[in-house]
Write a protein that binds this ligand. Sequence first.
Ligand SMILES: C[S@@+](CC[C@H](N)C(=O)[O-])C[C@H]1O[C@@H](n2cnc3c(N)ncnc32)[C@H](O)[C@@H]1O
Length: 263
Amino acid sequence: MKDMQPPHLDQSRVQQSFRRGLESYHCAASVQAETAGRLARMLQEEGAPRHFGSVLEFGCGTGHLTRQLLQRFGADCLMLNDLVPEAAQLLQTLEKEIQAHTRFRSGPIESLPLPQDLDLIASASTVQWISDLPGLMARLALHLKPGGWLALSGFGRGQFRELAALGSAAAAPCYLDADEWLPVLPEGLEILQIEQCPVVLEFDSALQLLKHLRQTGVNGNAQRGWSRRQLRSFEDAYRAQFGQRGKLPLTYDPVLLVARRTG
Ligand SMILES: C[S@@+](CC[C@H](N)C(=O)[O-])C[C@H]1O[C@@H](n2cnc3c(N)ncnc32)[C@H](O)[C@@H]1O
């Protein structure tokens, strides 16, 4: 496995960043919306049952994945979680889609008390924020039933490669390529399908690009406050190194997987 040592993560800053971006997140996060749809389709493709008993979704945010799951699968019981307490609003907006007994619990998934015997654990675009991913995966596996399903997406090492090259500290602590996932999962979890599919967004200016990062809350580990001069020199450097036809590209690098507990 390549270097997995995470950069320092200030979780209160991540929380603040997503809380501030919560209103704008749903519309601005186009790549995360696409990814959530693809992840739910992958579960279907792998033959997941149309109805689950007990389901946990962590890092639910504004519900991109929640909706995609509820459109395709039924559940008796759905537990939603997010670091940000305000994400509980999602429950009100989901009212019509939900038949399951649903509850929301806020806090870091790493220390959240979890129900036993889950049939599905799902999460989209969140695991990159977990500093000890092998530790979390081992704990989650203990709460999955034998035969239970795991559907996850995070981001690979190409995530925001332009920002990384320009020295930004906006990176989340755990970017993993598809070929790095196997050793992260404990024994007894078998990967059925995994894919990595980079997407490039384009922006007219550095200001627009930074606004996009703020609206999606994805720069939770980054430095705040830009002077006009800093912004100009950032834009100049970005254009010089990556500019294409007057646009500034920004690479997203989603990695999606579906796994199953074998024993
Ligand atoms: C990029 S958003 C993804 C939201 C949603 N799953 C989607 O696909 O659009 C990441 C979410 O993970 C949450 N998050 C970050 N770290 C977390 C943690 N340790 N435990 C639970 N949620 C976390 C953030 O608050 C944020 O809502």
